[in-house]
Design a protein around this ligand. Structure first.
Ligand SMILES: Nc1ncnc2c1ncn2[C@@H]1O[C@H](COP(=O)(O)OP(=O)(O)O)[C@@H](O)[C@H]1O
Ligand SMILES: [Mg+2]
Length: 241
């Protein structure tokens, strides 16, 4: 396990909002006086350092002094699972490289948020997945999930797989609820996820139309997420103190 405190951020799938939630969480944690680092160990899709890549969005939203090389360990231009993109590029993703960089980052800050890629079982190579990387890091896992019909099953399956890999699913964050698209399940999903997945739901970040600014992301997290619970979990829930 990497010493230090942090969360591994996974999702019930790709495009569910991991990068947006990671940025919003980091900004709200900073608001509580914490030094927060972020890492996107493996990203695929887009040119290196293009503004729409996860690493660059995190760097810009959080105004990070770290270079892209410190935030992103492996980048592949093809928008496919990192394991496949790496295969096409003839590159082997090495966990030692990621763990070393993460250890260095964790030593400089109070909290690190590590954004996975896609969902929990996305391949990173022929014989390993995001789940294996998260298990090596050993930090509690946050599940980002969509807020509508289907989310109970997706979230509970993800929580089950996280436990099966020996990790702790710490909390669920719903993301992207558009008021006009609320379905009949929306009001009940929090309770049902907590019942079935047995993971606390830390809130539901609404869909923010218009430009996603630093201020709006932070405000949304402070208003809609249980930031005291999240920070309290980190402060009280780690065995390495
Ligand atoms: N709460 C939100 N409000 C507005 N746009 C969002 C929100 N969550 C996600 N998005 C947008 O949806 C897309 C997917 O989100 P992203 O965070 O990149 O997902 P992931 O990291 O899980 O692939 C991005 O274009 C992002 O800007
Ligand atoms: Mg992302």
């Amino acid at each position: 396990m990497i010493p230090g405190k942090g969360f591994f951020i996974t999702g019930t799938g790709t495009e569910v909002g991991k990068t947006v939630v990671t940025a919003a969480l980091a900004l709200a944690m900073r608001d509580q006086g914490l030094r927060v680092g972020v890492m996107k160990p493996v990203q695929s899709g887009g040119e290196w350092a293009a503004p729409e890549t996860d690493g660059m969005r995190l760097k810009t939203w959080l105004d990070l002094s770290e270079s892209m090389d410190e935030i992103v360990c492996y980048h592949f231009p093809e928008p496919v699972a990192p394991g496949l993109a790496a295969e096409w590029a003839g590159v082997e993703i090495q966990h030692e490289v990621i763990l070393l960089r993460l250890e260095q980052l964790a030593a400089r800050v109070d909290v690190v948020l590590v954004e996975g890629a896609g969902g929990w079982l996305v391949p990173l190579g022929a014989d390993w997945t995001i789940a294996d990387l998260a298990a090596l890091i050993g930090w509690p896992v946050v599940i980002v999930a969509h807020p509508l019909l289907g989310t109970v099953n997706h979230t509970a399956l993800t929580a089950l797989a996280i436990r099966e890999r020996g990790c702790t699913p710490a909390g669920v964050i719903f993301n992207g609820l558009r008021e006009g698209e609320r379905d009949q399940s929306a009001a009940h999903n929090r309770r049902l996820v907590e019942q079935v997945a047995k993971v606390p739901v830390w809130g539901s970040l609404p869909w923010l139309s218009g430009e996603l600014t630093r201020h709006r992301l932070k405000q949304a997290a402070c208003e809609h997420l249980d930031m005291d619970g999240i920070v309290g979990f980190l402060k009280g829930g780690k065995a390495d103190e």
